[in-house]
Design a protein around this ligand. Structure first.
Ligand code: H79
Length: 576
């Protein structure tokens, strides 16, 4: 084992790195500040779920008065500037005779999805559930008269899928909302409208059994409104995961922009919502679709990118107004399901890794196993994995565990010989690498003492972990919730650390140096050098010489994992 401890390697278990805020005891409630951030049983493990955009907008399907209307088709009312009284008439035509909740649930299963999230109410205000607070809903306003949220909740349960609801915080129909102005969909929510939302949230979380996630979207609620909605959800269903688009850091998981993946490291549970086509979520009759096989390849690729970075992938379908799921979307899902049937072990319950990017594909991780998803086969059949060392127990294709692949450590990385007998998968071939002991990952940057024998840690040389935070869709951005440094030292002691940071008053940070913990506080003004600049000293710190030192800075209070460090500047000087 000693041979594996080299200077450039960090020793540890990647499995814990991504989604590090998932609680080990997933049912534990962290109550703080009147609300609770609860991590659902195994939401993190779902990895792949079905989103459904369906409503009365699915009838015009992107066409109004004979014109093809651009912009998301579920927002046709806004894009085609349809008067409310005309738009409402669509409800009287909504009679989805081809809708079959069981067959949709079975399609999700066939695709290898673990849950379904249905648009219970989109921006147009029409409800697919029977709400007693409006008549603009499926039971009161349509000839269909049956509660579709109920049908799908029950069908999901029958087929052992989790069920969640999308709920728009803005409403273009409700008289208590601000009058519709633009499709930026980020209006404030007046009191009456907020109360209406609370009432409907209560209906959704009371009348339909277990709701695995509530997918709030758009609007621009105040901090107090977001908090009140979150508290209501948790009061009614403590295991229901709340989407970050409840805004103001009140969600349990964060949602990337539509069809977007993070290009930064995440430190909280997260999800990418994806549509079949970037142009629309709901059914659009004139959508150019291309080939099924290309779409399967694109979506398997995206699923792999998301899962290998630690996220969940929520892929949308847009059924027609009559309830039909279009053949193209069925075939894409079936194609993905076929791949997942063979490769699912590498996806469900896996975690991302912080191993550097590889040019042949991506890597997922479970305890003792790396799954190498080969998308671009290397020409010389030698698969090189850069940025790690490990003691390999065995290497084999997931599709054939009896085939043993030769592997060896080289100067430039681990190398696996992909023999010609190997059957290549059309989309991504999964190679399993079983390893013993620990996985050694090369950090992107290792910090050493400078010529003055000082180690200097700053915001610039930190590895940063993020949440994705804001008060509406447009203000949302990556915020740093944790910084981490890898320091190599040729002396173990004792060091002094001088911390100079600029931040708000009354904040407490947790500084972890290997297994030693320190609190850095800006409470009071004793050490206040200037306006908001603080200087503190920690004497007598030990560093390791034989192995990498891990230094982390986060907020001391972790009751809300989304809160950013918000440091204007930072310098930590470690010297004897
Ligand atoms: O329900 C779907 C959308 O109708 C809803 N959220 C998803 C899940 C949504 N409402 N508003 N928005 C999303 C924000 C829209 C942003 C956009 Fe764009 C700006 C759409 C077109 C320009 C982002 C940037 C997407 C394409 C470019």
């Amino acid at each position: 084992m000693a041979d594996f401890i080299s200077k450039n390697l960090w020793i540890g278990c990647v499995f814990l790195l991504i989604s590090s805020c998932k609680t080990e005891n997933s049912k534990t409630e962290h109550i703080a500040d009147s609300d609770a951030h609860v991590v659902n049983d195994n939401w993190d493990d779902h990895k792949f779920s079905m989103f459904i955009h369906w409503g009365i907008y699915s009838i015009p399907a992107g066409v109004w008065n004979g014109q093809e209307i651009t912009g998301y088709s579920e927002q046709i009312k806004g894009h085609a500037k349809i008067a409310t009284e005309d738009y409402r008439k669509l409800a009287s035509q909504f009679d989805p005779t081809h809708w079959d909740a069981d067959s949709v649930a079975l399609l999700a299963k066939e695709a290898g999805m673990k849950s379904i999230v249905l648009t219970s109410k989109h921006h147009d205000g029409f409800c697919l559930f029977d709400s007693k607070y409006t008549t603009f809903d499926i039971v009161d306003a349509t000839p269909y008269k049956k509660d579709i949220v109920k049908e799908l909740a029950e069908a999901s349960k029958r087929h052992n899928l989790k069920f969640g609801v999308y709920f728009s915080l803005i409403d273009w129909d409700y008289e208590g909302a601000l009058p519709f102005e633009s499709v930026d969909n980020s209006d404030a929510i007046p009191d009456l409208h907020h109360q209406y939302n609370l009432n409907q949230i209560e209906e959704l979380l009371t009348n339909y059994g277990d709701i695995s996630e509530i997918w709030f979207d758009m609007g621009s609620p105040t901090y107090d409104q977001s908090k009140e909605m979150a508290a209501l959800v948790k009061k009614l269903q403590s295991n229901c995961m709340i989407s970050g688009r409840i805004w103001n850091d009140q969600g349990d998981f964060v949602v990337m922009g539509d069809n977007k993946q993070p290009d930064f490291k995440m430190g909280v549970p997260w999800q990418t919502p994806a549509s079949m086509f970037n142009e629309t979520w709901s059914y659009r009759s004139w959508q150019e679709r291309g080939s099924v096989e290309d779409k399967v390849a694109e979506k398997i690729n995206d699923l792999l990118k998301v899962v290998s970075s630690g996220g969940n992938y929520l892929l949308n379908i847009g059924p027609k107004g009559d309830g039909t799921v279009i053949p193209f979307e069925k075939q894409v899902l079936a194609g993905m399901g076929e791949w997942l049937e063979k490769n699912g072990e590498s996806i469900y319950g896996s975690r991302g890794t912080t191993i550097q990017e590889q040019d042949w594909g991506v890597i997922t991780n479970k305890p003792g196993k790396l799954y190498l998803h080969v998308i671009e086969f290397p020409e010389n059949n030698k698969l090189k994995i850069k940025g790690l060392e490990l003691e390999v127990k065995s290497a084999y294709p997931l599709s054939n565990s009896s085939m043993s692949l030769e592997s060896e450590m080289t100067d430039t990385g681990y190398e696996i010989d992909l023999t010609n007998q190997l059957t290549k998968d059309k989309f991504a071939t999964t190679i399993v690498l079983e390893y013993e002991n620990e996985l050694l990952i090369t950090p992107a940057q290792v910090i050493e003492a400078n010529e003055n024998k000082e180690v200097i840690l700053t915001k610039d040389n930190a590895e940063k972990y993020h949440s994705y935070s804001g008060h509406d869709y447009y203000s949302t951005k990556a915020t740093v919730i944790k910084m981490k440094w890898y320091v190599s030292s040729d002396s173990n002691a004792p060091f002094q650390i001088k911390v100079i940071l600029a931040s708000d008053k009354n904040k407490k940070f947790k500084l972890t140096i290997n297994d030693q913990e320190y609190t850095i506080s800006t409470l009071g003004s004793d050490n206040n050098r200037d306006e908001n600049l603080y200087e503190l000293k920690i004497p007598s710190v030990k560093l390791n010489t034989g192995k990498m030192n891990e230094i982390e800075l986060s907020l001391e209070d972790q009751s809300n994992p989304h809160l950013g460090l918000a440091l204007d500047s930072l310098e930590m000087i470690i010297k004897k």
